[in-house]
Design a binder for this molecule. Structure first.
Ligand code: GDP
Ligand code: IMO
Ligand code: MG
Length: 426
């Protein structure tokens, strides 16, 4: 029996989708446990490229069951569209896909409120959300006025709850002279989505527990990354869920006693999309080169990702909070051409050296990276099939960053394809 949690260790987009897809070869179940369609997880199979927003990345393995757990926030209209698009590519959902009865639903008014709140913030305080309604939906959940997936199973009840909430939010939106919800149009879409999704809405707590107790291999798929966690990230420049390993249990209903292994995914450098502190951000040619070679553009919003050197201070903190057993280090190939590589091993803030990430985001904003550097390998890593086939300098770089974050290397990724991945046993 093995139950693995896989999470992002940085600001998201570490390549979680790709690694999940590779790991699911012999896994019985993949579970999403937090976030929503703010996520964009890319999976490349042969010449086909898919970007998944809500559907777990195990969907391309025919024998794998895929679960949207109770901790996920689900936009029913978007989920229907995502399922339809995948069905057209030949993916079957029958008997291998479930949505938790308890997951909270995202409606158009949440997306509008997300936009309104961003508009109201001072320009220098904007979060740069994906405007997918994530924050307002988790807000409604905590405020105990959210609508859950189970309510879609009774169309009359669903309609009256939706209309009631939409009218409430329209009053607020109108007060700010902001775009309002066209209730009739939205309801038509929602009714169709509810009818479409109904066969998949299940008590997934039972499904996941049954799988675990019968010894099935389960893989939990984190979305976003530790530095966007609502508790441990660079608050308030974060998403609205816990993105760290602890959330896998609360977001699925599986007890921590089943967890056997924790994978943390990190790029060999750093990126961030959206606003907030990023101590190692590069504003020069090198940053541009990384963005270009790494195709660093958001998989959900298309925004250019901010790029920078590997930050061992925040990554070490992240490995500690997540309890990372094994690292999956991605995008090593992106550094192939660089002459010199820098790694941030401490921050200097107001003249004081920090070895651990401070909890005060205002301090993070002032953090000046203290770098150590090494010469790059300046050769192609994208065809390597094992650690030994990597240039010696690349091996040294990987060992160095793994040591700095205090975790072992488990997987190395040297390109977006399944075949550009290999395991490393310490
Ligand atoms: P996720 O949100 O963590 O699943 O990551 P995204 O899919 O948003 O972004 C990762 C991007 O990098 C995708 O375009 C992947 O296809 C790509 N990718 C993943 N691993 C590698 C790698 O090792 N090398 C390169 N060059 N690209 C990679
Ligand atoms: P995956 O799963 C990168 C960022 C947004 C913004 C902040 C809050 O693909 O790694 P939100 O819409 O969640 O309220 O936005 O979080 N963000 C992500 N950045 N990858 C993601 O997901 C992200 N999901 C949200 O850009 O800065
Ligand atoms: Mg992504």
């Amino acid at each position: 029996m093995s139950t693995t949690i896989l999470v992002g260790l940085q600001w998201g987009d570490e390549g979680k989708g790709k690694i999940i897809d590779v790991l699911t070869k012999d896994v019985g179940m993949v579970v999403r446990f937090q976030g929503g369609n703010n996520a964009g997880h890319t999976v490349e199979i042969g010449n086909d490229k898919y970007v998944l927003h809500l559907i777990p990345s195990g969907i391309f393995r025919k024998k794998t069951k895929n679960i949207i757990g109770n901790g996920v926030v689900v936009n029913p209209v978007i989920l229907k569209e995502e399922m339809e698009a995948l069905s057209q590519s030949g993916v079957s959902f029958k008997n291998r896909f479930e949505i938790s009865t308890r997951s909270h639903l995202i409606f158009q008014y949440h997306c509008l409120i997300d936009g309104l709140k961003e508009q109201q913030r001072n320009p220098e305080k904007k979060i740069g959300t994906t405007k997918r309604g994530i924050g307002p939906t988790y807000g409604d959940k905590a405020a105990r006025r959210g609508i859950r997936a189970l309510e879609m199973l009774d169309i009359k009840r669903f309609e009256s709850r939706f209309r009631e909430e939409a009218e409430y939010y329209n009053t607020i939106l109108e007060g700010f002279d902001f775009e309002k919800v066209d209730v009739e149009t939205e309801w038509r879409k929602l009714k169709e989505a509810a009818e479409f999704l109904a066969p998949y809405i299940k008590d997934t707590v039972l499904t996941v527990n049954k799988a675990a107790s019968s010894g099935k291999k389960i893989l939990f798929e984190g979305a976003q990354g530790m530095l966007l966690d609502v508790d441990y990230g660079t608050y308030p420049y974060v998403t609205s869920s816990n993105t760290t390993t602890g959330a896998a249990c609360t977001g699925s209903g599986l007890s921590p006693k089943y967890i056997t292994e924790i994978y943390g995914v990190m790029k060999a450098y750093c990126t961030r999309v959206g606003e907030g502190p990023f101590p190692t951000e590069l504003f020069n040619e090198e940053g541009e080169t990384i963005r270009k070679i790494g195709s660093e553009f958001g998989a959900t919003t298309g925004r250019p990702r901010r790029c920078g050197w590997f930050d061992a201070v925040s990554a070490k903190y992240s490995c500690m909070v997540n309890g990372t057993d094994k690292l999956a280090i991605t995008k090593l190939d992106v550094l192939d051409k660089l002459k010199t590589l820098k790694v941030c091993t401490a921050y200097e803030i107001d003249g004081i050296q920090y070895k651990a990430m401070p909890s005060d985001t205002e301090l993070m904003e002032k953090a000046k990276p203290i770098y150590e550097e090494m010469a790059g390998w300046q050769s192609d890593t994208s065809k390597a099939k094992s650690f030994d086939e990597l240039p010696l300098q690349a091996q040294n770089y990987l060992k160095w960053i793994a040591e700095l974050v205090n975790a072992d290397i488990g997987i190395i990724s040297v390109g977006p394809k399944r075949s550009q991945t290999f395991t490393v046993f310490p």
